[in-house]
Each structure stands twice: as C-alpha cells, then as structure tokens.
Design a protein around this ligand. Structure first.
Ligand SMILES: Nc1ncnc2c1ncn2[C@@H]1O[C@H](COP(=O)(O)OP(=O)(O)OP(=O)(O)O)[C@@H](O)[C@H]1O
Ligand SMILES: [Mg+2]
Length: 343
C-alpha cells in the first residue's frame, strides 16, 4: 500500500530544464521524509507538484490517498504547506493573517481566533501580533508563514526549507513543533539545506540532484554507505607532515589526504579507538608532535558532499548549465559551484 505521500516517475520540465526527471517517493504515514539536494536540484518543484501548485508533465502522485492530478481540490483540503517564499498578506496584521487562514479552513471564528493566539505565542510573535506584517523582519515573516501552515493540523504537511533564515532559538522552537506534529500522526515532507535538521527530524532521507533521486535511506544508512571512520591528525611542525603521512598510510584503508596549510592529515580507517591509540603511540615513538588527533565518523554533510560533489550550504549552482547530461553519480562531481549567484 502506498504511503501518505507517494510519487512514481514524476517529470516536470521548464523549457529544456528537466526540473524533475522521474522522481519516485514513498513516505509512510506518520513519518518524516527529508528531501535534500543542492540548489536547483528540483526540491521546490517536487513540493509544488505534490501540493497541486504545479501540474507534472507525467508520472503519478498520490497524497493522503488522493490523486494529485485528478483531484487537486480534494488534495488541498488534506494538506498544509509552508513555502520557501512566504505567502502572507502584507497589509493584514499577523493575527489577522492567521485568523484568515483558520476561516479558510472553515474553523469557526472563535476557534480561529484562539488558534491564532496560540500560534503567535508559540512562534514568539505575540508582541508584534497586531502590526501589519509589512513591518515584520524576514525571520518574523518566516515564522508567520510557518504558523499559517500549522493553523489546522492536516494529516499531510509539506515544508520547503522551513528554518532557512531563522535564528538558532526559533529553529529549535520549530523543531519542537514539528516533532509534536509528527507524534500526533502527521506525515511530513521537508526540504532543507541544514543537514543537522534532516538528521534530527527525518526518518528517511532522499538526496536529489538534477531532478533525480540519487540516494535514499535513513541517515545512518547513508552515512554507512559513504564509508566509515577516518583518523584526523594535525601535526605541530610542518616538517613532520611527510613522516606522519607515511605512518598513517600504513594504517589507512585508503589514501591519506594532506592539507598543507593547516597541517591536517586524514586517512580512512577501520578499527576505531584501538587503532587510534596505536597511532598515537607510534607518532610519539617517532617524535612527531601533534596539536590534535581524533576519530571522525561521517556526518550527513560528508554524505551530501560525496554524493553531490559539494556542500549543502555551498551556495548557488546555476543549474541550467550542464543540465542536459543525463547520467548520475560521478558526473555531478565536476559541477562547479558559484558563490551566491542569486536566484
Ligand atoms: N517556473 C520555472 N520556470 C523555469 N524554470 C524553473 C521554474 N521553476 C524551477 N525552475 C528550474 O527548475 C530547476 C529546479 O528548481 P527548484 O526550484 O525545484 O530547485 P530547488 O531544489 O528547490 O533549489 P533551491 O535549493 O535553490 O531552493 C532549476 O533549474 C530551476 O531554475
Ligand atoms: Mg527550493
């Protein structure tokens, strides 16, 4: 039986850009799927297709048991969406915006008021509640947009980069709201550039690049597939880099990488803490003084980099170029990232 969010072979093109190039998703009820991918990967397009804002060119999408293409209106009644670009009415106050959403969802006026009040409190907007939202800061708008998505607790929620632009305290607050929502049975699809967020909230993760799912699994599975542990050593003296590198290569399960300017050496290993102790003894025996040494397990960031060829927050790849090459995997490594080309 398909999950609460299900997609099969979703394709969406814009001119000659294949924003979605055959995406399959299956999110079991009551779980969180984290959709990760570099800028321009197709995350927002996927969310827009699944929430009926865009019609896919082909493929199938079923949300809350309803066919997205055939019955979009019905789907809309069963979902909540918080967008990457906040959709609040500038001239209404925060409170009025939330009440309006409540009434759109057919809450009674009193219930809509109560709910608005609760959410304003929860998202730290109580003081600004009665000001027109055009006076809100970016982070405040963001929070109002999220609050709007939570006015009613729909069975299926979509959140496109919910915590982008939020300060750490508000991000934490939102994570708590999300966890409550999900423990209440809501199914959530979330896109994010913060891999810590996916690590914390998502049961399953899909990594997309160039409109395709290039990896999926739990956070632990993805980390394991990236390759295991590494030993990292920072030697005190530049002159010791070569000797340390030779020593580490004797223990390594792969190539030792050396960063000259930071005097940092990294080598993939198996054997964990025991091996680490041995390496420390050997370094000592050879008179190689170290500033730092440690065993590192892969993070979700490492997974992301090894899959897509660049870091999640390493901004703005202009995806229109190189979009036509059809393959997967290694190809994306050659992609050049440009700093903040803007949208
Ligand atoms: N309305 C549109 N018209 C033309 N091209 C579009 C449109 N919407 C998206 N695209 C293109 O489709 C591709 C996927 O865009 P999308 O917004 O889905 O990426 P994303 O993964 O959400 O990126 P980001 O992390 O920057 O939000 C990009 O190449 C983008 O330029
Ligand atoms: Mg996006």
């Amino acid at each position: 039986m398909p999950g609460a969010i299900y997609a099969e072979g979703l394709v969406k093109t814009f001119g000659d850009v294949r924003a979605l190039d055959g995406v399959d998703l299956d999110v079991p009820e009551g779980t969180v799927l984290g959709l990760l991918g570099p800028n321009g990967a197709g995350k927002t397009t996927a969310v827009r297709c699944l929430t009926t804002l865009l019609r896919p060119d082909s493929g199938k999408a079923i949300v809350a048991g309803i066919d997205v293409v055939k019955n979009p209106n019905e789907v809309r009644r069963s979902i909540g969406l918080s967008g990457q670009f906040a959709a609040v009415d500038e001239y209404l106050t925060g409170r009025e915006n939330l009440q309006m959403v409540g009434e759109l969802y057919q809450l009674r006026s009193k219930a809509a008021k109560t709910r608005a009040g609760e959410l304003l409190e929860r998202f730290g907007l109580a003081d600004a509640a009665d000001r027109p939202t055009k006076t809100y800061s970016g982070g405040m708008r963001r929070r109002l947009d999220l609050a709007a998505a939570l006015v009613v607790s729909p069975p299926v929620m979509f959140m496109d980069e919910p915590t982008t632009g939020l300060d750490p305290r508000n991000r934490q607050a939102l994570w708590e709201v999300i966890q409550e929502l999900v423990s209440g049975g809501t199914t959530l699809l979330l896109t994010t550039q913060y891999l810590e967020e996916a690590d914390r909230l998502a049961h399953d993760i899909c990594v997309v690049d160039h409109g395709r799912v290039i990896a999926r699994g739990t956070s632990d599975q993805l980390k394991a597939s990236t390759g295991g542990e590494r030993v990292e050593v920072v030697v005190h003296e530049r002159e010791h880099i070569t000797a340390a590198s030779e020593l580490l290569s004797g223990y390594g399960k792969g190539e030792t990488t050396v960063e000259e300017h930071t005097r940092r050496l990294t080598v993939p290993v198996t054997g964990g803490a025991k091996l680490l102790a041995e390496i420390i003894r050997e370094l000592d025996a050879r008179g190689i003084e170290i500033d730092d040494i440690g065993l590192r397990r892969p993070t979700l960031d490492d997974v992301f980099i090894s899959l897509t060829g660049h870091a999640a927050e390493e901004e703005k790849v202009d995806d229109e170029e190189g979009q036509d090459a059809g393959g997967q995997g290694g190809r994306s490594r050659t992609k050049k990232s440009k700093k903040e080309a803007g949208k």
